[in-house]
Design a protein around this ligand. Structure first.
Ligand SMILES: [Ca+2]
Ligand SMILES: [Ca+2]
Length: 335
């Protein structure tokens, strides 16, 4: 549980001196007993942070690239569906079987990331996290809030401060409006898409310090501004101290942006540390209070939390400035 708690702490830190409070509250959050729906949020200005700054590290050359660092597969041809109401793009993904979880040798590996074989069907997944503009079609009054004067409310920033119930309600609303079938992805579908055929800790390889090509994480830029954060940063510059507009970084081999980093993403699955099958399905109607699994890490997280196998779990009523979601489209005709 150590790493999982660490990840959660990284969520709470942004609340403003909230680590101490978190240490008190997290046992209750893990038990799903404390509703965190009342996080204060001042109405922020609707401006986006400036463009990406800083210099990204150079790509390793083939001569110096180790075998496991060569794992980034060549991009496949991406076939898209487009939602008629929001314009949201969905990448068609052919189902298959894969090794979910990570091997014990992986740096940061936890017991609840046990590697096991899982198969998923065909689906389409949002090319990006759901944005503020897309969410405001559903709830015009939603504010993603701000921190240290930097707004989370830009049109193209991912919507945050969204709990599981609101994310699910959004999928149901858009399904009705569009005549399509949207929902959150299961944990298995999410990891299948995040790995995109890779078996390394991250879809670009094992090295966390190359993250800044592919993901908005707790990086050197973040460390310079978020001086109250004490955990390890990625040793590179992604140019962002808070959320980045979706699609700012390189896609994974299946054409998906920000599967790692930017914001944690709610799955529809209840959390089971033993991987007993809940990861392959959405939570049932009688499981309203059970914790849900979230994936991918965020702009505030250290390297061990930004891995394809990593998982945290939170109460469905929890919301925070580094938690958002993306949608899955069921039943799209595979082109
Ligand atoms: Ca960053
Ligand atoms: Ca993400």
């Amino acid at each position: 549980m150590q790493s999982n708690n660490s990840s959660l702490a990284q969520n709470e830190r942004k609340k403003g001196g909230g680590l101490r409070a978190w240490l008190i509250l997290v046992p209750f959050a893990l038990a799903g007993c404390v509703p965190f729906a009342n996080f204060a949020s001042k109405p922020p200005p609707r401006t986006e942070p400036g463009p990406i700054q800083g210099t990204l590290p150079a790509e390793p050359t083939p001569a110096t690239t180790a075998t496991r660092e060569s794992a980034l597969l060549p991009p496949v041809e991406v076939k898209l569906d487009r939602d008629p109401i929001t314009g949201m793009e969905f990448v068609q993904i052919k189902g298959g079987c894969f090794d979910m979880g990570g091997p014990a040798r992986e740096v940061g590996h936890q017991s609840y990331e046990k590697q096991h074989r899982v198969c998923v069907g065909d689906f389409s997944l949002g090319k990006t996290e759901v944005t503020n503009a897309q969410f405001r079609r559903f709830n015009p009054k939603h504010s993603s809030s701000q921190y240290k004067g930097v707004s989370f409310d830009g049109d193209n920033q991912p919507v945050v401060n969204i709990d599981w119930n609101e994310a699910t309600a959004y999928a149901q609303w858009l399904s009705k409006e569009s005549g399509k079938k949207y929902r959150l992805p299961t944990e298995a579908e999410w990891e299948f898409a995040a790995r995109a055929g890779t078996q390394t800790a991250r879809f670009w390889g094992e090295t966390s310090d190359r993250a800044c090509h592919y993901a908005n994480v707790h990086d050197r830029t973040s460390r310079r501004v978020n001086t109250d954060v004490t955990w390890k940063n990625h040793n590179c510059d992604d140019g962002r101290v808070m959320t980045a507009p979706v699609g700012s970084y390189q896609v994974n081999p299946w054409g998906l942006h920000d599967m790692l980093g930017n914001v944690w993403e709610w799955s529809c699955s209840t959390y089971d540390p033993r991987y007993g099958g809940a990861e392959k399905q959405c939570s049932g109607k009688d499981e309203t209070s059970r914790n849900r699994s979230l994936r991918g890490g965020s702009w505030l997280n250290e390297p061990n939390s930004v891995r394809s196998a990593h998982r945290i779990n939170l109460s469905p009523g929890y919301r925070y400035s580094n938690i958002g979601f993306r949608l899955l489209l069921e039943g799209a005709e595979q082109l």
